[in-house]
Ligand binder design. Structure first.
Ligand code: F6P
Length: 502
């Protein structure tokens, strides 16, 4: 039986399980609340409120074994060229530790350490200058990870600089970021793996002109020549990355330079250590105790078994409010594929739409639909056990809301009044961090990365290319001269819209 046939069989299995309400599954299995949980260092996850039973779970783990996920994980860590469409290794794990002893991984780790030492020296040099503010210019994977990490961790480990982010090509973004900054006390870091990204080149030029030269301009790129050429940045102010680091997996590399500037180099390295701890767990732990396997198989179950088309991530910590934006790229750019690595079409659904936000705000916006809407939306709830804010009453209220939502989702509540009845049966996973330390944060992100890869292995797709986003870029560059009126557009609707824009 091929992989798609096995995945299709999950539907039949799910048809059986769904007959029993989720709360009855929990009630009938007294040790489920404890046993459907995994802890890795500061990260604890509880899957007891997912709508599966032990038989369904056994089939899921069997499915993972049949897909050889453990061998595929080892291949990734060892630097085999698992990004087959681009012929590249995928070694973001080597940026944060040396979990693999394979020569390719070892060499990558050595390169990463060298770049990290250079990055530390640049952080120190900037700290000794009178620069107070940093503008980080990049987009997608060259922006979302650093933006999230800076927002999440700045309070816990204050560094020497205020770090601002500029990504959107819309000039209003540049205008807003630069308002209130002093060019004499600001440095800019231009981050682009390719150094060919339109948004970053345009915004980089704005920064260069605003700074009045290249003296306080830094770059991070896998294309050092192009960075040097386009912006005349000297090599000592350009930090490297490599083709074995995917953009959306790159915050662990020198792409994390803004993170180190915001929270300090030691805290940045603590974040890498946390991720590495998760790496070691995922690589070494048998699947039934493996947190990434639980997470990935739960996603597969919800998508291919129960047929749910979207997935929410709800962070009950203000500092993680950008997590859903970050995960949208990580998950949807990685898993938004409909062709397998052997070039055949997939015949089951792959990635659901990921979306979310921060509790408790979202309770007062879209939660109505999650509680009583016609579409069931499985959710990852993320909570933080210890708060760093000096308001214990607020933290207790936050935690009460976190617990309440997941209980209400799962159990619902009957009523004689249909408008006031809650069906329940809405699955969720609870992920708790002991505290929002750099280590715990690094481990959480690494968990999601591994879950994404394991899902891609089960679906037989490549999680590391992103050809889908290329077409839009090509059409945009074709239309750029049309906006200036130099050429005509071929498409009649585009022609009419251009006339309106002009
Ligand atoms: O959105 C497409 C993409 O290629 C992402 O994968 C990448 O993170 C982003 O553009 C930015 O690319 P670069 O770092 O090369 O500027």
């Amino acid at each position: 039986m091929d992989a798609d046939a096995r995945l299709s069989r999950l539907r039949a299995q799910a048809g059986r399980v769904i007959q029993t309400p989720l709360k009855d599954l929990v009630a009938a299995d007294p040790s489920r609340a404890q046993q459907f949980a995994v802890r890795v260092g500061p990260v604890y996850a509880n899957f007891a409120r997912q709508h599966y039973d032990r038989d369904a779970l056994a089939s899921l783990f069997e499915l993972a074994e049949q897909a050889a996920v453990r061998q595929k994980l080892q291949a990734q860590f060892d630097g085999e060229k698992i990004n087959v469409t681009e012929g590249r290794s995928v070694l973001h794990t080597a940026l944060r530790g040396d979990v693999s002893t394979a020569p390719v991984a070892r060499a990558a780790h050595a390169q990463a350490l060298e770049a990290r030492a250079r990055m530390r020296a640049l952080v120190d040099a900037l700290a000794a200058s009178d620069v107070t503010d940093i503008v980080s210019v990049g987009i997608g994977g060259s922006d979302l990870g650093p933006r999230l990490a800076v927002d999440a961790l700045t309070g816990a480990a204050p560094g020497r600089f205020r770090v601002h982010f500029l990504s959107n090509v819309d000039g209003h973004a540049a205008q807003r970021v630069l308002a209130g900054l002093d060019p004499r006390r600001t440095a800019a870091v231009l981050i682009s793996k390719t150094f060919g990204t339109q948004e970053t080149l345009l915004n980089g030029a704005i920064l260069r002109d605003w700074l009045g030269g290249t003296e306080r301009l830094y770059a991070v790129s896998a294309n050092v020549e192009r960075a040097a050429e386009a912006f005349a940045i000297p090599p000592e102010r350009i930090l490297p990355m490599w083709d074995w680091v995917g953009g959306r997996y790159s915050l662990w590399s020198a792409v994390g330079f803004p993170i180190a500037l915001a929270i300090g180099m030691d805290a940045f390295e603590a974040m890498l250590d946390g991720a590495s701890q998760m790496d070691a767990h995922v690589l070494d732990t048998p699947l039934p105790q493996n947190l990434a396997a639980w997470h990935a198989l739960t996603s597969i179950w919800n998508r291919n078994g129960l047929g749910y088309a979207t997935q929410a991530v709800l962070a009950y910590d203000e500092r993680l409010k950008l997590l859903s934006n970050y995960l949208q790229q990580l998950v949807m750019e990685s898993l938004g594929k409909s062709v397998r690595t052997d070039a055949s079409a997939v015949t089951v659904d792959t990635v659901p739409v990921w979306w979310g936000g921060a509790g408790t705000d979202t309770q007062h916006s879209f939660f109505q639909a999650l509680h009583q809407g016609t579409s069931i939306v499985p959710a990852d709830f993320i909570g933080v056990v210890r708060s760093d804010a000096p308001y214990p009453d607020n933290h207790r209220a936050l935690q009460a809301n976190l617990l309440a939502q997941t209980e209400a989702f799962a159990n619902g509540q009957g009523s004689d009044d249909p408008a006031r009845a809650y069906a329940g049966g809405r699955p969720s996973t609870m992920i708790l961090l002991d505290a929002l330390t750099p280590q715990a944060f690094g481990a959480l992100l690494a968990l999601y990365e591994h879950s994404v890869y394991l899902q891609s292995v089960i679906w037989g797709i490549n999680a590391f290319d992103q050809f889908g986003v290329e077409l839009g870029k090509q059409v945009a560059s074709r239309l750029l001269p049309a906006l200036a009126g130099d050429v005509q557009a071929d498409d009649p609707v585009t022609r009419e819209l251009l006339a309106q824009l002009r």
